[in-house]
Design a protein around this ligand. Sequence first.
Ligand code: BG6
Length: 466
Amino acid sequence: MRLPKDFIMGGATAAYQCEGESKAHGKGRVAWDDYLEKQGWFSPDPASDFYHKYPVDLDLCKQFGVNGIRISIAWSRIFPTGEGEVNQEGVDFYHAMFKKCRENGVEPFITLHHFDTPNELHKNGDFLNPHTIDCYERYAKFCFEEFKDDIRYWFTFNEIWPVSSGQYITGTFPPGEKYDVVKTVESMHNMMVAHARAVIAFEEGGYEGQIGIIHSLETKYPYDEKKPGDVLAAEREDALTNQFLLDATFLGYYSENTLKHINFLYELENKTFAPKEEDMELLKKAAACNDYLGINYYQSHFVQEYNGESQIHHNGTGAKGTSVYRLKGISEHMFKEGIDRTDWDWLIYPEGLYDQIMRIKKQYPNYKAIYITENGMGYKDDFKDSTVDDEPRIDYIKRHLQWIAKAIEGGANVKGYFVWSLMDMFSWSNGYNKRYGLFYIDFETQERYPKKSAYWYKEVSETKEV
Ligand code: BG6
């Protein structure tokens, strides 16, 4: 199958996972600093030392046909406490790095928030506190103005559902709370309001360039299509994890179907979902300002009805078969015969990505373009003879690209793909042994080594044949 000639073949990164120097050069702390220190499992320093090694990484991009890079700006490198004085050293670092991107012919796609709210704001409720929305808007406006000559492509947020649910449902993100669906929805809504305020500011600022948001979309299928309970579970989980955010992004209001399920989940807790009128007006206004949607896609879920007490066990070590996900009133995630999964129990199901792309096209025809902003395979790499023979990763990426090509053939406007990840870095709740990169990193020496997948990716980038 063939991808369009001008299709971006990019690599994705995130500041906290690759930069290192997490408490240096004037950078303020983030919630993850306390969380990881308490856990004592692994450190965010030096990570992939991108802070110093970016010239090497961008040179590798050039050599291996990676013509776009997703990079996030660390909010607390610019505003150490999330507000107040600017840290000029942080600003200078990003200017220098963006300049290097241009010199290497690598288009930078910038994410303003990738899981790293400054600690001062996090401690006061993160996005549950409207003050964080005010601070985020100020930070976004600062970046638009400061980097307007460097950057053409912006994303306001990376993955609102995984952040909010990691914080309040699975407990794998700080503050590590569990099973609180209501808090999760409140946080998602507030983050969408922050997104709205940023895209409106971008539009009103008359900046050149484009802006959008990245959602993590996992397709939900009933485990047994013949069981109405499973069908309802899939629909309800989709409404909570996908449709809620897509409605807010593209409709600017929550559709009847979304509200039906969200209200049900609130009623279970004797609460009412009552977003403020002025916030809904912002969502409405912002819905017309999205230039594109970023989709992060790794897996789909086969779900069955579940009404017992919530029970979640996160497989963070790669011990296959140990994950448990049962959420009261919503669903239980099932393994399905014939569908392979990674050692971390992530189902490998590329059709799910196709289904999400086609769903956007059908359900939200006002979408303008889609980038696949993350997709890749976490794998225990076997480093031998200065490389890694990562055939399973190649196969994973290839199959997903084939389904993307099929979606494009079906009329979807997909403009690029960013493999997660460009180089190895740490995984938030799985440490350093869950590797995703095209380039292997020896974390002791910080040397980079192209994996077999890097050579394969270069070929696809050149030929656009998958
Ligand atoms: C996405 C995030 O959710 O998935 C990345 O945007 C993350 O930051 C990636 O690393 C892979 O997830 P994990 O948990 O395997 O690191």
